[in-house]
Design a protein around this ligand. Sequence first.
Ligand SMILES: [Zn+2]
Length: 149
Amino acid sequence: MRCPYCNHDQSKVIDTSHDNRGGIRRRRECENCHQRFSTYERPILATPLIIKQDGTREEFNRDKLVRGIRIACAKRPVSAADIDRLVGEIEASLQKMGRAEVSTRVVGDLVIKGLKDLDHVAYIRYAIVYLRLDDLQAIQKEINNILES
Ligand SMILES: [Zn+2]
């Protein structure tokens, strides 16, 4: 990091602090002119924006996704760590798509796919809400699909 005062490229870090958004702030002192300055490093969020059904965009919200999945997994033998891992995988999949934005549908499909492997009951619960399986026959068909596979 070049000194903003004298352009010297060696500085020593005299203090490091983390903020709650994953950023790191470093207080530095130039080894040449001894002026002090700060640098700030933060991760670049490559997770695409989520396009909601009404067409508005929102940031990918990990906590919100965890909450939704947790509700589907209530009283099921699925640990908090499992849910956390699933959400991590979903976020990683979204990032790998390398797109600026994706629809909620893409996220929902990833959740559905993940839950299917994790817990069938949680999967059906989520599917009923997400796929709007509002009649018993559609739900039965989905259950039959699972039982057959
Ligand atoms: Zn300097």
